[in-house]
Design a protein around this ligand. Structure first.
Ligand code: C2E
Ligand code: CA
Ligand code: CA
Ligand code: CA
Length: 275
């Protein structure tokens, strides 16, 4: 039993070492990825539910690694956050999304995800200002998506930053609503313009009474606070019909449109594929 324990320990040590090594390799590759042009943005439609009218797009990052192929942001964003390289990646996302959106023929909103590490960087609002000036994008067309977990790390700092970006005319949406904690006090304490209900609450909203009750409560909260609510992860007509009947303002999800290269929305944006 003793020998077995020792083997187990050795195995553990080896596998943890390998994992730490993998992360360091990925960190290094992420640092090079911007210069090597390995990142792209795809855009997912956000539509007014009552009319089906397109109101904006969420920019989502994609990484095509020369050997690994496509790596999911769910895999590399946490590594980028832990190592701090998210600051550079986040700036690339912001600058690219604003520059692209400034060229669209319709003045639709572009929503950009902001990580906690970016939000707590004291230069963040200055960077946003620079990017707006550099791109010429009207500030009212930019929406920053911020999760509750990003706020709680340092609430006074987060509040200062949100006030600074709001003063520029940029809008802020609370992302992944319902998955964090103390949501209600955060909604009161921070100057959000929109609530995004997390996709996990939209899945089967039309067939599960408990989920439906939660979504109705969030919609009531939005109405009470005067904030429009966006439902993410809308995958079926049934879910969309439920949301329409409950007067949810905006929807996003595979049923309304998959994240795609902007060329796929050329009728709205005028952007066509390079020839
Ligand atoms: P998120 O901000 O909650 O984004 C929504 C995710 O759900 C996206 O995954 C999107 O492709 C996916 N999705 C959209 N519609 C549906 C649907 O109907 N059903 C299902 N099952 N999924 C749907 P993606 O692009 O893989 O991104 C995952 C997460 O990575 C994002 O979650 C966000 O937290 C992070 N992320 C993505 N791009 C960026 C970025 O540019 N910066 C930062 N900081 N984080 C990003
Ligand atoms: Ca988001
Ligand atoms: Ca989400
Ligand atoms: Ca998220």
């Amino acid at each position: 039993a003793k020998a077995e324990g020792k083997d187990t320990y050795r195995y553990f040590e080896a596998s943890m070492g390998a994992e730490a090594r993998d992360r360091r390799v990925m960190e290094h590759e992420l640092r090079q990825a911007i210069a090597r042009n390995e990142f792209r943005l795809v855009y997912q439609p956000q539509k007014e539910i009552s009319s089906g009218r397109m109101v904006g797009f969420e920019a989502l990052i994609r990484w095509r690694h020369p050997q690994r192929g496509d790596v999911s942001p769910a895999t590399f964003i946490p590594v980028a956050e832990d190592s701090g390289v998210i600051i550079q990646i986040g700036e690339w996302v912001l600058a690219t999304a604003c520059a692209e959106a400034a060229r669209w023929k319709n003045p639709l909103t572009v929503a950009v995800n902001v990580s906690a590490v970016q939000l707590h960087n004291p230069n963040f609002s200055r960077k946003v200002h620079e990017v707006l000036l550099g791109s010429g994008l009207s500030p009212g067309r930019l929406e920053l998506e911020i999760t509750e977990t990003a706020l709680v790390k340092d609430m006074p700092r987060a509040l200062t930053t949100l006030r600074q970006v709001k003063a520029l005319g940029v809008r802020v949406a609370m992302d992944d609503f319902g998955t964090g904690y103390s949501s209600l006090s955060n909604l009161r304490a921070f100057p959000f313009d929109k609530i995004k209900i997390d996709g996990s609450f939209i899945k089967s909203v039309d067939s599960n009474g408990q989920v439906a009750a939660i979504v109705r409560a969030v919609l009531g909260l939005g109405r009470g606070l005067g904030l429009p609510v966006l439902a993410e992860g809308v995958e079926t007509l049934g879910e969309l019909k439920f949301l329409d009947a409950e007067a949810c303002e905006i929807g996003q999800g595979y049923y309304l449109g998959r994240p795609s290269p902007i060329e796929n929305f050329s009728e709205l944006t005028g952007v066509t594929a390079p020839t």
